[in-house]
Design a protein around this ligand. Structure first.
Ligand code: CA
Length: 227
């Protein structure tokens, strides 16, 4: 079962596709407009997005770029017949696969299975997990238990670097180099501020840490709270 966001303005096709995928056991959320769909693609943390290229509010290729700017989620594009050049440009813009209208439900399901299979073999292996914390670098998602963490890009990178070196003390200089790309410049204060934001999103404080332990005068290390 996968979480799927479907963006299609044609009501009949939308209903047909949503019903077929639901009957196959998927959890489907659908939208008739591009911006509505973009919002679902961000909020739902779907495993797959299926989107029509001809949408009323935003050009489909543009929508694809907008999705790609914020997410690595696999995208299957639905196009009208005879748009070969459009197919090439959408694949270039980051689509994983495409379907030409009219298509059968079984064709669609075969594409969905293929894309999900590819995703599983790629991203799952990279997932980092410490205690209840999990982080997937590909889709840039982090969870504490079942709760998705709403992290800024820098907070995400900070957490990723610390999780990659779980149990080791990482200096603020190393963090400035790896997260801020400032191997020589930058300020410890920047690291301190972002650490404190990250701590509050993890529901902990510097004086009562669970995952993020400060080692005074050296740096910070991420630990599993069980240890
Ligand atoms: Ca359409």
């Amino acid at each position: 079962m996968a979480r799927i966001v479907l963006i299609e303005d044609d009501v009949d096709i939308r209903r047909l596709v949503a019903d077929a995928l639901s009957n196959s056991g998927h959890d489907v959320d659908s939208a008739g407009k591009a911006l509505e769909g973009l919002e679902l693609a961000v909020k739902d943390h779907p495993d797959l997005v299926i989107m029509d290229l001809g949408l009323p509010d935003v050009d489909g290729t543009e929508l694809l770029r907008m999705i790609r700017a914020v997410s690595e989620v696999p995208v299957v594009v639905i196009t009208a017949r005879g748009e070969d050049d459009v197919v090439v440009s959408t694949l270039d813009a980051g689509a994983d696969d495409y379907l030409v209208k009219p298509f059968s439900v079984s064709q669609l399901e075969a594409r969905v299975r293929a894309v999900l299979r590819r995703r599983e073999s790629g991203v799952e292996g990279d997932r980092l997990s410490v205690g209840e914390l999990t982080l997937s670098p590909g889709p840039r998602e982090a969870f504490l238990g079942n709760q998705a963490l709403d992290l800024t890009p820098k907070e995400f990178d900070l957490l990723r670097v610390l999780m990659e070196r779980t149990g080791q003390v990482v200096s603020k200089r190393e963090l400035l180099a790896e997260v801020w790309r400032e191997p020589y410049g930058g300020s410890d204060h920047t690291v301190d501020v972002h650490l404190s934001w990250l701590r509050s999103k993890l529901g902990e404080t510097a004086s009562d840490p669970r995952y993020l332990v400060t080692v005074h005068g050296v740096g910070v290390k991420l630990v599993s709270p069980d240890k």
